[in-house]
Design a protein. Structure first.
Lengths: 496, 167
């Protein structure tokens, strides 16, 4: 078992700190994050870590032993880093609340580490309800065939299908230990029939993936569905929580217009997975293929992000910008964010509300803590901490926000506008929803997004007449504005 | 508190994009895109008489837009939605009718200013949240609220005056 390399970082003291400094750092940490002083769930996590670090470092014998072990680690370069860009370096001393954004980027610290093929333990959970009949199920089968052909010998695959009951189509097995043709034949036997009970599928899939569960693997379930599940949502969320604890992420692919995007977002975002909207069955294969390929590119897996704002600061929202844009849950701490890939940093935009400020000078505002399993080094629970402090001044110099924040926030604003329109409809505020959609259409048009702008305009008109969005328009706007956050596709690599 | 210069919504200090209309709350720098200048003089007194031409606009009809002091009128068959504004390569804004040749920038026309929309046998004019406003026969339109256009109406975008005739 590797030692926890981070005790000094957790306390925020240098390795040569005196016992008094260590004691002072502990007291300061307790003041900021003790559950009695700070109710935020992220704070409780930090307090536990600080208390446990203090337990070792405040005992001279245990500290000496820890230092000895720590010195034996030859290469102390970080495995990943957490870089934070605030929307303003210096905030105004102001007798009213103010907003501050932090763009947080987690990047591999040793990208030169030779990428190695990570073993993927993959479970496909396929909806075979009546509505999947025809092109949808055919395309899903073709996609599954393709995945079976392209997995490595060491990778593990299992396939479960479900309607109002679940069956194991392919039992969890390393691909190299069975005949690929046989696996594909099993996939071909699937027939569409019956209702949609997602929990039954998830539960069966979870049983299969657990057979080969391993921290050195990427353990991932992909749910493909085109319908709504009724009454078992809570059971699904409970399973998602269990699955996260075991290090299994769940991603969702919604096909067509009728599936429940709110449900799938909530389910997957709790596990570090992603949810994707596919309007045509023809692109199922492309998406699934890319998704599985990205899984094997993991530099770190089971990356978790914990945000502990200081007691008087409020975390208002968290949104993952890259690699796959999606809102992150605020009620779950730590927040699972999936894998960190070799060549794509994970970036998250956090929105905080600062309290009335009464004193100038530097002050802490939040501690960000990222942990993950480093795949290339077989290292579990590696940690990087960034304790964010801000400077408060009565007359701060004029500065414009960094372009990276402007760019991300400008696009995120569009996503938020459709979200607010949906919220307004849920409240029954038709006028507000129509206004928001019209504003969104104007902003989209100004940004050159003609197709999405037209969709927003159409939906605005529909809302004013029918008091509801169409399923199609609502998904198009939600996933369309989300996709604006993706970096533009890279130029194909030059040959030779 | 920051008051949005575009829609007057109140935003909490430090906000960068208006919560209501989505536009930037930063003072426009003009470094990349040419931003629409707020006109100094209030333009309400440019006086226009209400007309009462026909509102009927059948499917084969076309619009003739006479821009004040322009050498020639613009004639068009309106699509479902026709956007009036000015092209700005930096922001990617692409209105259907580009008023740049008619001094749009000096006259305070926004990049995406207003739209003419087709209804059943009628046309409506709607302001798309422009900086200097859209006026129909001298009356300023509430953004995003369409008003019926009639033959002979005066349409003013900022201080760019035009008359719309049906043909």
């Amino acid at each position: 078992m590797a030692i926890n390399q981070h005790l000094y970082t957790i306390l925020g003291v240098p390795p040569d700190a005196s016992p008094e400094e260590i004691k002072r750092a502990y007291r300061l940490g307790a003041q900021r994050f003790h559950p009695d002083a700070n109710p935020h769930p992220g704070a409780a996590i930090q307090f536990r870590e600080i208390a446990s670090a203090y337990e070792t470092l405040s005992n001279s014998a245990r500290r000496a032993e820890y230092d000895r072990q720590r010195r034996s680690i030859a290469d102390r370069r970080p495995y990943f880093t957490v870089h934070v860009t605030p929307s303003r370096r210096v905030v105004t001393l102001l007798d009213e609340p103010q907003v501050l954004y932090l763009l947080t980027e987690v990047a591999p610290g040793r990208p030169e580490t030779k990428p190695r093929e990570v073993v993927v333990n993959l479970t496909l959970i396929i909806d075979r309800s009546t509505s999947m009949k025809g092109a949808r199920l055919d395309q899903v089968k073709a996609a599954a065939h393709h995945i079976i052909d392209n997995l490595n010998e060491a990778d593990i695959i299992s396939i479960v299908s479900f309607s109002d009951r679940a069956e194991v189509v392919v039992k969890a097995t390393p691909v190299g230990r069975s005949e690929r043709l046989t696996l594909k034949a099993l996939v071909s036997t699937m027939q569409a029939n019956g209702g949609t009970e997602i929990f039954k599928g998830l539960d069966q899939g979870f049983r299969e993936i657990k057979k080969y569960l391993n921290k050195q693997h990427v353990n991932h379930m992909v749910l493909l569905t085109d319908g709504q599940t009724y009454g078992d949502e809570e059971a699904c969320f409970a399973l998602a929580e269990k699955s996260t604890q075991l290090g299994v992420a769940i991603s969702g692919l919604g096909i067509g217009q009728d599936w429940n995007d709110v449900f799938l977002d909530k389910l997957t975002s709790r596990t570090g997975g992603t949810s994707t909207y596919i309007d045509s069955p023809k692109v199922v294969r492309k998406f699934l293929e890319e998704h599985v390929r990205n899984l094997s590119q993991a530099y770190a897996e089971r990356v978790q992000f914990s945000v502990a704002p200081d007691a008087d600061v409020i975390l208002e929202s968290a949104f993952k910008i890259t690699p796959s844009p999606m809102p992150l849950p605020l009620d779950v701490q730590p927040i699972p964010i999936g894998a960190l890939e070799y060549n794509r940093p994970v970036s998250v935009l956090l929105q905080f509300q600062l309290p009335r400020l009464t004193r100038d000078g530097a002050r802490p505002m939040a501690r960000l803590d990222v942990t993950g399993d480093i795949m290339a080094a077989d290292l579990e629970d590696y940690k990087a901490i960034n304790d964010v402090a801000i400077e408060v001044a009565a007359n701060p110099p004029a500065e414009s926000p960094p372009p990276s924040i402007l760019n991300a926030l400008g696009k995120l604003t569009l996503y938020r506008m459709q979200e607010k329109a949906q919220e307004a409809i849920a409240r029954g505020d038709v006028a507000e929803a129509t206004q928001k959609l019209n504003n969104l259409a104007t902003r989209l048009l100004a940004g050159g997004q003609e197709e999405l702008a037209a969709a927003a305009r159409t939906e605005a008109m529909r809302v004013s007449q029918t008091h509801a969005l169409s399923d199609e328009g609502s998904k198009m706007l939600k996933y369309g504005t989300r996709a604006l956050l993706l970096p533009p596709p890279e130029e194909p690599a030059q040959q030779g | 508190m920051i008051i949005c210069p575009h829609c007057q919504a109140e935003n909490i200090e430090g906000t960068i994009f208006c919560e209501q209309c989505g536009k930037s709350l930063l003072a426009e720098s003009g470094a990349s895109a040419v931003s629409t200048q707020r006109l100094d003089k209030p333009t309400d007194d440019l006086g226009a008489k209400a007309t009462w031409g026909t509102a009927r606009f059948d499917e084969h009809a076309t619009i003739v837009m006479h821009i004040h002091e322009a050498p020639y009128p613009i004639e068009l068959k309106p699509a479902q939605e026709t956007i009036l504004g000015r092209v700005d390569s930096a922001s990617g804004a692409r209105p259907h009718i580009d008023l740049t040749p008619h001094g749009a920038l000096q006259k305070g026309v926004s990049r995406i200013h207003a739209a003419i929309r087709r209804g059943d046998d009628t046309l409506t004019l709607v302001d798309l949240g422009s900086v200097n406003g859209t006026y129909l026969n001298g009356q300023r339109l509430v953004p995003n609220q369409p008003r019926v256009l009639r033959d002979g109406d005066e349409v003013r975008l900022g201080s760019l005056i035009s008359h719309i005739y049906f043909k």
